[in-house]
Design a protein around this ligand. Structure first.
Ligand SMILES: Cc1cc2nc3c(=O)[nH]c(=O)nc-3n(C[C@H](O)[C@H](O)[C@H](O)COP(=O)(O)O)c2cc1C
Length: 150
């Protein structure tokens, strides 16, 4: 079983979770690969996103997507990536988003719902999902629980 962990991250929070997931899975002898979504001239305020080369995930059986929340929704780079990525038909997909502001209504639920619906449009079977609030004390525990559930 090949597992891709595909992360868009600007300041590194989501990417650090991706690294943790891959380390955990590899320690369990799983064939896990970390892929970072490449954005040309990435800037937080930019909405006209140009993606770099999109690495094929066709050969992976499971995919875990991670992204930050941006302006109360899913980061535009991840939206663009999920619109452009090849079919996810037959793949089991888990999703997480990271955020900073308190409460779920400050973009967490909306971003995660958007991610899940874009994955479903590509034919994915949705497995685990989680919203990680970077400013909450339970952050590390929540990350660990998510990773162990995978
Ligand atoms: C331009 C911008 C907009 C953001 N908008 C939100 C938001 O609407 N809600 C929220 O909870 N966090 C928001 N954040 C905080 C990020 O989602 C949070 O810091 C996230 O963990 C960053 O992930 P990254 O380090 O992987 O890029 C925003 C950050 C930036 C830079």
């Amino acid at each position: 079983m090949k597992i891709a962990v595909v992360i868009y991250s600007y300041t590194g929070n989501s990417f650090s979770i991706g690294q943790k997931i891959v380390r955990y899975l590899q320690n369990k002898n799983q064939d896990a690969h970390l892929i970072r979504v490449d954005v040309a001239d990435d800037q937080p305020s930019k909405t006209d996103i140009q993606l770099g080369e999109i690495e094929s995930i066709a050969s992976f059986d499971r995919v875990i997507f991670g992204s930050p929340v941006r302006a109360f929704s899913l980061a535009p780079a991840m939206v663009k990536y999920l619109q452009q990525v090849e079919s996810l038909k037959g793949k089991t997909v888990s999703c997480f988003v990271t955020k900073q502001l308190p409460f779920l209504w400050t973009g967490g639920t909306s971003a995660l719902n958007k991610m899940v619906s874009l994955c479903k449009e590509k034919g994915a079977l949705i497995d685990k999902t989680v919203i990680i609030n970077w400013s909450y004390k339970d952050r590390d525990q929540k990350v660990d629980d998510f990773i162990k559930s995978l």
